[in-house]
Design a protein. Structure first.
Length: 256
């Protein structure tokens, strides 16, 4: 059973026993990330928990999985995530003729008009799956390095298509969303290049609640597609239970 509060034609749904502060027609910013705020702040899209997705997560989270297992299972999850992300792309209504009559359908943007931006280097593994699915997609790169002492992000490099602001959608890729610092820094680079936040679809494999809150606080219109939301970060700002360092395990630089 849910209570419904209507504010300026936007529907805010909250579970009973949850406190929400409303003042002067504005929502208190302390509202938890997982409350639906309609167009103002969308909940992350999480892959449905099925035996398949759980089995894939079991493989990539297991510290004793071989690199081959980690890579193949990660790639399968990324492909599923990209299918979900593509379902969020803008569409155009079209009518086609079948052998038996007309069919009212939709057309997605041409892949040449889209852009995938990887947050190096972990997202480069995701980029390979993107390029397999959409060989003609434009590619951008952003390098954010996290200071291991402070866990704060530093922008080191970016290379984006000059017309990125005019493209219908941008797929921002990063396998892990922990504190959200790197994601917010990368989003800032895109926004400074003229990309509208509502056009960005942030695709990742595993995220922490803290990271979602950070992204949504900075850019509430950005849509997030993930395969799992883990509860906490440890003292080193790693996701728990997480899966360790995704890039190291994928590229074989973890010493295993």
């Amino acid at each position: 059973m849910r209570s419904v509060i209507r504010i300026r034609k936007r529907c805010l749904r909250v579970s009973l026993h949850r406190t929400v502060s409303v003042s002067g027609g504005r929502l208190d910013r302390t509202i938890p990330y997982n409350i639906s705020l309609g167009c103002a702040m969308e909940k992350p899209i999480v892959l449905r928990d099925t035996p398949l997705t759980r089995a894939l997560h079991t493989k990539i989270r297991d510290q004793f999985s071989s690199r081959h297992t980690f890579v193949t299972c990660s790639d399968r999850l990324v492909q599923m995530l990209l299918e979900e992300a593509c379902a969020l792309l803008p569409t155009e209504e079209v009518t086609v003729d079948t052998p038996c009559g007309p069919f009212q359908g939709v057309r997605l943007p041409e892949e040449e008009s889209l852009c995938a931006v990887s947050i190096m280097r972990g997202a480069d593994c995701m980029l390979g799956v993107v390029r397999t699915m959409m060989p003609s997609i434009a590619v951008g790169k952003i390098l954010i390095q996290r200071d291991e002492a402070t866990a704060l992000p530093q922008l080191m490099y970016s290379k984006l298509p000059p017309d990125i602001s005019s493209r219908p959608a941008v797929l921002l890729l990063d396998p892990m969303l922990a504190t959200g610092g790197s994601a917010v820094a990368a989003l800032k680079v895109l926004i400074q290049q003229g990309v509208e936040p509502r056009k960005v679809i942030f695709v990742n494999v595993v995220c922490a609640k803290e990271g979602i809150e950070a992204v949504k606080a900075a850019y509430p219109e950005v849509r997030i597609v993930t395969s799992a939301v883990d509860p906490i970060l440890n003292e080193k700002k790693y996701i728990v239970p997480g899966l360790g360092d995704f890039g190291d395990r994928y590229f074989g630089t973890d010493g295993s």
